[in-house]
Design a protein around this ligand. Structure first.
Ligand code: NDP
Length: 283
């Protein structure tokens, strides 16, 4: 039987509509819109496209948004100075530093400089620590948060399920594993040193692949009826965009599966908007 497709575009549109409605209320109450500042350093073409997409998404829900662009040869102190200025700016509720930064810039120092209450990417140590310790009020990383919402909308309650997360990065794998744990799943985190990835995946009711390798997860590894979330974004030599899961084979066994593109990707920007509104409301 062919799996249900978890349509990230549709769920993201729903989240954006919710944010747009809440934004109207926010403006009525506070007399100003929520504000997001995006800091971009250098001339990376992909970053330019991503930032444009984020600014456009802000405009569509009624946010104030601004881009701060620094030259390719900017040094850490200059980027940190921009972040500090935005920390003090009363019109700005969320600050996002577009990664990657040029090599000479100390990425950690820049991320650490963001005021935790304006850290809408959820990468600051304070927000990561709040997630780890289960404290309320922290800002959660956008991609993991978007995945949790996709599961919820797809009718998957993680409680009591066995979840396998492939990838242990600080922006996807680790925070997602913590969110699944918080939702009462039994979580296994796999990585490049996991000896038998297939055996781990075969037991999983929920599989999340966040690696960056086309067809790493093969169709016959998928347990019948499992929820499969593909975070990977890989461009093949022919220009086609694919995830980490062999989609065509996996969808014959999975109960539900996210496509690439159109699965997790659209959720990330939608949750950035939700996080910015949350940050604005909390201030
Ligand atoms: P990283 O490169 O930071 O992490 C990749 C992880 O995959 C590492 O933990 C690595 O293990 C693990 N890994 C590598 N090879 C294997 C293997 N053969 N078997 C098992 N695990 C392996 O990537 P990110 O977390 O930043 O991103 C992952 C993917 O998700 C990328 O394709 C990225 O483009 C995409 N992405 C998509 C987003 C979206 O909005 N859709 C948002 C963010 C990322 P180890 O730690 O041992 O090296």
């Amino acid at each position: 039987m062919s799996a249900r497709i978890l349509d990230g575009k549709a769920v993201a549109a729903k989240v954006r509509a919710e944010v747009a409605r809440e934004t109207q209320r926010f403006v009525e109450q506070r007399g100003r819109p929520p504000g997001l500042a995006v800091v971009r350093v250098g001339n990376d073409p992909a970053s330019q496209i991503y930032v444009r997409g984020k600014i456009k998404a802000c405009q569509e829900v009624g946010f104030h948004s601004e881009e701060h662009h620094l030259p390719e040869d900017a040094v850490t102190a200059e980027v940190v100075a921009v972040v500090r200025r935005l920390n003090e700016d009363p019109e700005i509720d969320g600050i996002l530093v577009q990664l990657p930064l040029p090599r000479q810039v100390d990425e950690q120092a820049v991320l650490d400089a963001i005021a935790p209450e304006k850290d809408v990417d959820g990468f600051h140590l304070v927000n990561a620590g709040k997630l780890l310790t289960g404290r309320r009020g922290g800002i959660r990383a956008c991609t993991p948060l978007g995945i949790m919402r996709l599961l919820e909308e797809g009718g998957c309650d993680p409680r009591g399920k066995k979840a396998v997360v492939i990838g242990r990065s600080n922006i996807v794998g680790k925070p997602l594993a913590l969110l699944l744990l918080e939702a009462d799943a039994t979580v296994t985190i796999c990585h490049s040193k996991t000896p038998d990835l297939a055996a781990e995946v075969r037991q999983a009711d929920i599989v999340v692949a966040a690696v960056g390798r086309p067809k790493l997860v093969q169709g016959d590894w998928i347990k019948e009826g499992a929820f499969v979330v593909d975070v990977g974004i890989n461009r093949l030599p022919d220009g086609k965009l694919v995830g980490d899961v062999d989609f065509e084979a996996a969808k014959e066994r999975a109960g539900a599966i996210t496509p690439v593109p159109g699965g997790v990707g659209p959720m990330t920007i939608a949750m950035l908007l939700a996080n910015t509104l949350q940050a604005a409301s909390a201030r």
